[in-house]
Design a protein around this ligand. Structure first.
Ligand code: ZN
Length: 465
């Protein structure tokens, strides 16, 4: 089956130009000058009209938590609903976090996550591995996983007693990663200090969701980020700071990058658009916005947009970790520390970032880069994913920049009972979404199939120096 996408503006990380895209089976085979497409038109079995639209590489969300166990329940989206919602929003690949339970091996954990995704995912997916139990066996297994295409390992400086790793444990895992070409991903917040602030707040009778933010001050994200950077420097391991939210943390990353280190960071739409004001919403509504690190006072947002422009922030991922307001978020009524941490967002990342283009914060090329190209390069998927070029997978979004729609739980496809962006109007949206040449979404209809998504074994980070 040959498909020709005609009349659109092809957007890549290097810029945009009028070009037609020829797909053969699962692969892009040619970009054609529209003035000369006529002679090739007969080659196509079908054509898609992209007049007035962008033709961009499918989005890649490198930070999701689908079907994630949490306190006897699970995050609200599994691999079927989560990947479908992602595709509706223009995301055609994701990398989810497998979570090592304490006492279990990385091998068993990876097998569990393969079983969760296989037969359910409608887009392609890879895995990162969360290490929560550093010991001889875990360290050895890290090398085995790299061989199987799981080339990134996440650790936590937060959540003592759950995922928390000591500086010594982090150092050991980083040494191992430095030897095998793996990247260490870090949740950088000083969890030991935060737990004291949380206990003090609760003892003083502060139980509302707003206190989730006030007990996790930005200085403690800045401190942990700087400490992670020093540990990485000592070991030589590449470091990727996940969900960076605070100006103090960005400053530490910027300094490290200016010094030429292999230090990278992502932020998420919630930190660009939401703030402590949302956490302070009355009647427990603030619980909808509880995630860690917390959404920050508004003044941090301008710093994050600046970081995205200057490449001190390389990627925007969602940290999609949805919990329903009813029965899940409600576990924390009367005690903010018991509110499940996480927010839904997998469906809206591409559109919310496009508002950055509409508002003049990002160029079109930079939008494509933080949405798709850099995620592919950072996590060893490029050029199979992340660009529109001959030989690349035909993961393509025909994006209509003029479309207007309102984000709402009434219309979204995520299996969660609220939207963090309820009522917000956005400009732009996917008209057609393709994965490996198959149309998943077109003109508001779903054509995808659960189980068609494939596991993506990944190589090492392609930015190392
Ligand atoms: Zn996360």
């Amino acid at each position: 089956m040959r498909i020709l996408i005609r009349g659109g503006t092809v957007g890549t990380e290097t810029g945009s130009s009028a070009a037609d895209v020829l797909i053969d089976g699962e692969t892009i085979v040619a970009l054609l000058d529209p003035a000369h497409t006529g002679s090739f038109a007969g080659l196509a079995d079908r054509s898609i009209d992209a007049t007035g639209k962008y033709v961009i590489p499918g989005g890649i969300d490198v930070h999701t938590h689908l079907d994630m166990p949490f306190g006897g329940t699970f995050s609200a989206d599994d691999f079927e609903t989560g990947t479908r919602a992602a595709a509706w929003g223009g995301t055609t690949s994701l990398i989810d976090f497998a979570v090592q339970p304490k006492g279990s091996s990385l091998r068993e954990t990876l097998d569990t996550w393969h079983a969760k995704a296989g037969g359910k995912a409608s887009i392609d997916y890879g895995f990162h591995m969360i290490i929560s139990d550093v010991n001889e066996q875990t360290l050895k297994e890290m090398d085995v996983l790299v061989g199987e295409g799981v080339t990134s390992f996440k650790m936590f400086m937060a959540y003592p007693g759950v995922f928390y790793a000591t500086d010594g444990e982090i150092l050991q895992a980083m040494e191992r990663a430095a030897g095998s070409g793996a990247t260490i991903m870090m949740h950088a917040e000083n969890g030991i200090a935060i737990d004291v602030l949380v206990a003090q707040a609760l003892a003083s009778g502060h139980t509302d969701p707003g206190w989730h933010g006030r007990t996790r001050p930005p200085e403690l994200e800045g401190e942990a980020t700087a400490r992670a950077i020093r540990l990485a420097q000592v070991t030589g391991a590449p470091l990727y700071i996940v969900h960076l939210s605070a100006q103090q943390a960005l400053q530490a990353v910027t300094e490290a990058r200016d010094a030429g280190r292999n230090v990278f960071a992502e932020t998420c739409p919630q930190y660009l658009y939401l703030s402590q004001d949302d956490l302070d919403a009355p009647d427990f509504e603030g619980a909808k916005y509880v995630c860690s690190p917390p959404v920050r006072p508004k003044e941090h947002q301008a710093h994050l947009w600046r970081g995205l422009r200057t490449n001190d922030l390389s990627i925007v991922s969602t940290d999609h970790c949805p919990f329903c307001f009813k029965e899940q978020k409600e576990l924390g009524r009367g005690d903010f520390s018991k509110i499940p941490n996480g927010m839904p967002g997998i469906e809206h990342r591409v559109d919310l970032l496009h508002q950055g283009v509409v508002n003049g914060e990002l160029s079109l090329a930079r939008w494509v880069e933080v949405n798709s190209t850099t995620p592919a390069r950072m996590f060893g998927l490029y050029p199979r994913k992340g660009t529109i070029a001959p030989g690349s997978d035909a993961d393509i979004v025909v994006y209509d920049p003029a479309l207007r729609h309102v984000l709402s739980a009434e219309t979204h496809h995520m299996a969660v009972d609220y939207s963090a962006y309820e009522g917000r109007e956005v400009q732009g949206g996917p008209a057609v979404v393709m994965s490996r040449g198959e149309t998943l979404v077109s003109d508001g209809e779903w054509h995808g199939q659960a189980g068609r998504g494939r596991f993506l074994p990944r190589g090492e980070c392609q930015y190392l120096r």
